[in-house]
Design a protein around this ligand. Structure first.
Ligand SMILES: *Cc1c(COP(=O)(O)O)cnc(C)c1O
Length: 392
């Protein structure tokens, strides 16, 4: 556990937050986010691939404002995200996907001028057509294809999207509706089949998807100008190796090799964009041994940072001497860090080697910029919410 892996500005702000009794806190490094998103954008733009950010990874408005000028749009997965993103970024292109959209959500999307609607089922398509009337609505049909990926963290098979037979029917329904004066137009297809893929795995999947999509588009939407294929997100990050990044350069190069100009390519990563720019900063409330195991009790817990509980990993962390440290030093090569919740699941990290750890020392959890605060059960046990701080 070397503390030199923390950027100096993060370390200084973490110590300042401790001195001001602002812990626990989420700390976002906005310049780092800007650099990361800029690198992704440059790599993808060089390959002619559009880049949407999936807001469900982290919809924090300050992050969205950094990302908006560096992306081609924002993908949202609920009516709540749709309104939040459209309020925070009134000029952004918004793509709206996700299962179980209500009429009210669809109507809001249509009235507020959603850029793309990712339609998940035939019933949803019929409802969009009924709600839209003559208003223009540009639709991608979400495809559920039988392309499982070995080694993926999550295969997204199940209730998402439509099988091949339904997609053919959907194309016909949309064509008939357009002929009858509907404003709804199918612009292409959308997939999000797996997550936790490295560049090579993702390219292997994308190649299969593209082969299928080109054939399908020619057969079912003949004559469509610039058909679109949204390849989804799911680019991997490595919680065991916080310094490791998804290889965007190799991925973009591979996509450029797959492109033939016949379709517009688009991706919508979330986690790999924002995860590295967030930190959850806590401090040590108690230290103890029980049944031979060393524990640090951190202020806060998985009700703020549910990521390690949800994914079953140890959240990478750096310990820093706190401004008000006290008590005896703990030295151990396999510390377990838990939070304040009365459940054994409230575990943030295990197997952590520590030297000279004391009460009041800081625990700075890395890779807390995605699927962290926004997936956590904030009010369980009624502890206070964390504070939020931004480097800019
Ligand atoms: C969650 C999701 C994404 C983003 O996935 P990441 O693993 O965060 O990159 C993209 N598209 C859809 C449809 C999703 O559900």
């Amino acid at each position: 556990m070397r503390d030199d892996v923390l950027p100096a500005a993060v370390r200084e702000r973490a110590l300042a937050l401790a001195a001001q009794n602002q812990l626990p806190a989420f700390l976002y490094d906005l310049p780092a986010l800007k650099t990361q998103a800029g690198q992704i954008r440059d790599a993808l733009a060089g390959a002619g691939v559009e880049f949407l950010y999936a807001a469900k990874a982290n919809p924090d408005a300050q992050l969205l404002r950094v990302l908006a000028p560096l992306t081609d749009g924002i993908e949202v997965a609920s009516g709540g995200e749709l309104e939040h993103v459209m309020d925070a970024l009134p000029h952004a292109r918004v793509a709206f996907g996700g299962p179980g959209k209500t009429d009210r959500e669809l109507m809001t999307a249509i009235q507020r001028g959603v850029w793309r609607l990712h339609v998940e089922s035939l019933r949803e398509l019929n409802r969009v057509i009924a709600l839209a009337g003559r208003r223009p609505v540009e639709v991608l049909l979400r495809a559920n294809l039988p392309f499982g990926v070995t080694g993926a963290a999550l295969n997204m098979s199940g209730p998402f999207g439509m099988d091949e037979e339904s997609l053919v029917v959907a194309a016909r329904i949309a064509r008939d509706a357009a002929a009858a004066g509907s404003g709804v137009r199918v612009r292409g297809v959308h997939v999000h089949l797996a997550s936790g893929l490295d560049a090579e795995q993702k390219l292997t999947l994308d190649e299969r998807v593209l082969d299928w999509a080109r054939t399908w588009l020619r057969a079912n939407l003949p004559g469509l100008k610039s058909p679109e294929v949204n390849l989804g997100g799911g680019m991997t990050v490595d919680y065991a190796e916080p310094g490791h990044r998804f290889d965007w350069a190799a991925y973009a190069k591979g996509l450029a090799g797959l492109a033939d100009g016949s379709v517009v390519l688009r991706v919508e990563p979330g986690r790999a964009v924002s995860v590295h720019s967030g930190y959850y900063v806590s401090d040590v409330l108690d230290l103890k041994y029980t049944r031979g195991q060393a524990y640090a009790i951190a202020r806060g817990g998985t009700h703020h940072l549910r990521t390690p509980a949800a994914k079953g990993h140890s959240q990478p962390l750096v310990a820093l001497p706190g401004p008000q440290r006290s008590g005896d030093a703990l030295n151990d090569d396999s510390l377990t860090v838990v939070g304040q919740l009365c459940t054994p699941k409230d575990q943030l990290a295990t197997g952590v080697p520590v030297q000279d750890l004391r009460i009041g020392d800081l625990l700075v959890f890395r890779m807390a910029g995605a699927y962290a605060w926004n997936i956590s059960h904030h009010d369980f046990l009624m502890h206070p919410h964390p504070s939020f701080a931004y480097l800019d």
